[in-house]
Design a protein around this ligand. Structure first.
Ligand SMILES: *Cc1c(COP(=O)(O)O)cnc(C)c1O
Length: 371
């Protein structure tokens, strides 16, 4: 049986909205380039459909986290620049060359390995990642200083990009933003090589032109996550999750709902059970704060989200919209990824990348489906 014949929940992904979001960010960048970050299967939305959509919208540079993701992306987009944000994997150097992938050199060990490979395979390119305050990946100030004193450490390596990453870009007033900017400028002044520079992620783009350098790297905002939390979201919503009602229950006497009986419902009330649970990435921690939408009415989750099921209190929803088989919107324009993330005590990024594989996925708009 084909998955699309199931009558379960539907995840709709609006490819036109992704393209519009890309163009919105490009517009913000006033002529600077914008790489599309499509790691983690395009933040869970399906790289096979998302990447061609972004390429059609004008993206020529793509970033992924891992070598395997890059090889898969190369098969989808033969001509774009692909930057792999993790360092080169020892023994797999030839794969980067074969698939024309640009690894990111994150420490002197990466640099030494790539230098050795470049001595054999001439002209192979790499990105240099400078740590300016994230302390995750990237060359430290001390390592940059060593390179400044010993430029031969770069011998044979064609540095195509210089990257750094902001830790607090979603908090415009955080002092670390400016500090990272200044640290980056100081490091660039010391480096004995020149290449286009990239600092801003989605939220970094919204910090203003100083943060734009030559290239931004946008991920989450492309997929509808708000890059300016606490302000109205300028991005178009991309994801809609709708689940059919599996069972309705008229509560005529006091009852508890779900595992652990965490919540008591008093009559009269109407409950609706849908077939979406934490195994679908609908986080258990979102109960009891999360809501769904029926018609135009917000309906609260009651009890605990379980593996395959969740229960909504639909007492306040219009009667015609709460019949067996009617859909409850679990994510959509009215109750967004960010709203659900807040309910679950997490961020939109985690909600997106957790989206499960049991939904029927429906793509609307965008580039034609691959054959
Ligand atoms: C994931 C990632 C990005 C994209 O960040 P968003 O906040 O999703 O726009 C950019 N750069 C690096 C190094 C990343 O790991």
């Amino acid at each position: 049986m084909r998955r699309s014949e199931h009558r379960g929940a539907v995840l709709t992904i609006d490819l036109d909205a992704i393209a519009a979001n890309y163009r919105f960010l490009v517009d913000r960048l006033k002529g600077k380039a914008c790489a599309a970050v499509v790691k983690a299967n395009a933040y869970g939305l399906g790289v096979e459909r998302v990447a061609p959509t972004l390429a059609a919208a004008g993206a020529e540079i793509f970033c992924v986290a891992h070598l395997d993701e890059a090889i898969a992306l190369r098969a989808i987009l033969p001509d774009v620049e692909i930057i792999v944000l993790s360092g080169p994997i020892a023994g797999a150097e030839a794969d980067y060359a074969r698939h024309r992938l640009v690894p990111t050199l994150n420490h002197l060990g990466d640099l030494a390995a790539w230098r050795k490979f470049a001595a054999v395979q001439r002209g192979c390119r790499a990105a240099l990642h400078l740590d300016t305050g994230m302390a995750r990946l990237g060359l430290s100030a001390r390592e940059v200083e060593l390179i400044a004193e010993e430029p031969r450490l770069l011998e044979g390596v064609t540095v195509s990009w210089i990257l750094s990453h902001l830790a607090c870009a979603d908090e415009p007033d955080h002092p670390l933003n400016r500090q990272q900017l200044e640290t980056l400028r100081a490091m660039l002044a010391r480096l004995p090589c020149r290449a286009p520079v990239s600092l801003a992620n989605s939220s970094g783009i919204m910090l203003g032109a100083e943060y734009h350098f030559d290239l931004a790297r946008a991920g989450a905002a492309l997929f509808g996550v708000n890059p300016v939390p606490r302000q109205p979201n300028p991005m178009r919503p991309v994801v809609r999750l709708q689940a059919p009602i599996l069972q309705l229950r008229d509560v005529d006497r006091t009852t508890t709902v779900g595992y652990g009986a965490p919540q008591t419902i008093e009559p009269p009330a109407k409950l609706a059970t849908v077939g979406v649970g934490y195994a679908d990435g609908y986080l258990r921690s979102s109960s009891p704060r999360a809501h769904g939408v029926v018609g135009d009415v917000l309906v609260p989750i009651v009890g605990r989200v379980s593996m395959d099921l969740a229960v909504f209190d639909v007492s306040r929803a219009p009667l015609h919209a709460v019949q067996p088989g009617c859909m409850i919107d679990m994510i959509g324009p009215r109750y967004t990824i960010d709203d659900l993330a807040t309910a679950a005590g997490t961020i939109g990024y985690e909600v997106l990348t957790s989206l499960g594989s049991r939904y029927r996925r429906s793509y609307v708009g965008g580039a034609a489906a691959p054959a």
